[in-house]
Write a protein of this length. Structure first.
Lengths: 332, 332
């Protein structure tokens, strides 16, 4: 007899569970070896506390009233709860502060689009370390985590979350049109993006072309050269920020996996500056993401820059299995 | 700045987290070494699926509607989700089936009474092994888990969940009076119990005295002798069941930690026959519980006897710390 579970949730049976536990341990060991202490926070928080961090993004959260009439919500990520934790427990701590986690989060998504309602993430938060140094440290930890998982081919996309927001402001695109364009960018919908752009009044063909061309710029240092020839102060500022991060990564010898991706835009509201997306080219899956959230801590009363990343544990596991079977098929 | 978290939930900082991880690993290793495979299930399930297992006890669950209008609930334990999992994924499996878990559950409790809304449990479920053999196996695993946690002094109370239900039926106590009496027993409220009993019409003084006296019988084999002299077929039947389990435990040489407790009654609706409560005499804390739930699997279409236990991870950790500092204070 089959008693269903909600779409976007899953059961894990012992064989997979053993592998997930092994992966968990490997990731936490990487984080701890680099000084990141693991924390846990409640899956249930006051809705107003989560909303303080997420802004409109909490519209995607599950909410319910408790027996005292308070509105609670299931957390939709760990970055906001950790910002809350830092303000309550580490306000006087020496910075930078390094924390990591392995935890389930919940999003009220449309499961028919293959999204998970419940998902486990492993990640780190580095609080009190500004760009570009803090960004570089986070990328180094991320690379070590991918190495520990055996994902030799995973790519880290490096973009800038302010690029399009500022560019659209510069081009005078506001309101709904702006939101629609940003949504198309976040979902990598190039056809939709061109369409939205063409419908905006007052935007020139060249401006339109800049937006489309930028969204397709992806690669190494040469991408920054190409971008510099394009319109707009926003492009120049983002390029300078990316250049500084890329130079520092190169200096540390950890640039190999990193691909500059000017088309990158994440839909979480709290990012500013550098953003990251981890991508497995073999599977075509996004394995995780992250970036800087220099403004988020302020919403909790702590004026500190911050950055972090989160890997989707189950997707990393699938990629790991795929890599292992690939290596078995083609022994060196 | 303090941004509160809901009462009955907590943050865990790195020092404690490292210890909890170590305890987690030790417990899962004990379970796996005895053939129990770890599983995970969603924290969110359809309310009607959880209600099928719990009966009225799901009144304590957090519920909310999803975007399709379905009523979802946060699980309030792992036994019901695992019964659901077994019916969906292991209906044709060879029995007995041994599963274990380490998972958070949620109850809409009154936190001012010190109860947790969110709590982590480590436990096992043994499906397809009848009493007394299955009960004895579960108690052996529980003892090994307590040993692994270093809780030398923890006591396992062994009672019978049918004893009072059947005895009250025999005495003609029905409806609200019956529920109130069972609630007083479950909360170990002796004064309230006597009061409730005295208010029942038609119950004799001797019957009343039997109920009170039974609820205080606690100890070794002698307790069964004492009980046998008491009124009621229900007492005779429960005593015979307890005797069989106790004899088997003695034969396996694992009876030392076990204390027969005729006053034991757990408030989860699905128990039948043997019930367990783990108690730390030093701390005065209940560390966990369990028992047989021979009827639960039928509600999910599987006619198999079953038993299991769950330990509250954080309370076990507190007891573990207490034991360690006790050993340090009094070195042998």
């Amino acid at each position: 007899m089959i008693h269903p579970i909600p779409p976007g949730t899953r059961d894990v049976l012992p064989d997979e569970m053993r592998e997930l536990r092994r992966l968990n341990r490997a990731l936490i060991e990487v984080f701890e070896a680099r000084g990141y202490g693991e924390v846990a926070t409640p899956a249930i928080e006051y809705d107003e506390v989560l909303a303080r961090g997420d802004g409109p993004a909490t519209a995607g959260a599950y909410r319910f009233f408790d027996e005292s009439g308070d509105l609670l919500a299931l957390r939709s990520d760990m970055t906001v709860p950790i910002a809350r934790l830092v303000s309550s427990r580490y306000a006087e701590a020496e910075m930078p502060l390094r924390l990591c986690y392995l935890a389930s989060s919940y999003r009220a998504v449309r499961p028919q689009r293959g999204q998970m309602r419940e998902f486990v993430q492993a990640g780190v938060e580095l609080i009190g370390a500004p760009a570009p140094g803090g960004t570089v440290e986070v990328i180094e930890v991320l690379e070590a985590a991918l190495d520990a998982a055996g994902l030799d081919r995973a790519v880290i996309g490096l973009g800038d979350s302010d690029l399009y927001r500022q560019l659209l402001t510069e081009f005078g695109v506001e309101g709904e049109a702006r939101d629609s364009i940003l949504a198309r960018l976040a979902s990598h919908d190039l056809v939709g993006l061109e369409q939205e752009l063409r419908e905006v009044e007052g935007i020139s063909d060249e401006q339109c072309a800049t937006c489309v061309a930028l969204s397709q710029l992806r690669g190494g240092r040469e991408v920054l050269e190409q971008a510099r020839s394009m319109l707009g102060g926003a492009v120049a500022r983002a390029t300078a920020r990316l250049q500084a991060t890329y130079d520092a990564l190169e200096e540390r010898g950890v640039v190999d996996r990193v691909q500059i991706d000017l088309g990158l835009l994440l839909d979480l509201g709290y990012y500013s500056g550098a953003i990251l997306e981890v991508y497995d080219p073999a599977l075509g899956h996004i394995l995780g993401g992250g970036g800087r959230y220099d403004e988020l801590m302020k919403r909790f009363g702590i004026d500190q820059p911050a950055a972090g990343f989160a890997l989707y544990l189950e997707r990393v596991h699938v990629a790991q299995m795929e890599e292992e079977s690939r290596r078995e098929r083609a022994p060196s």
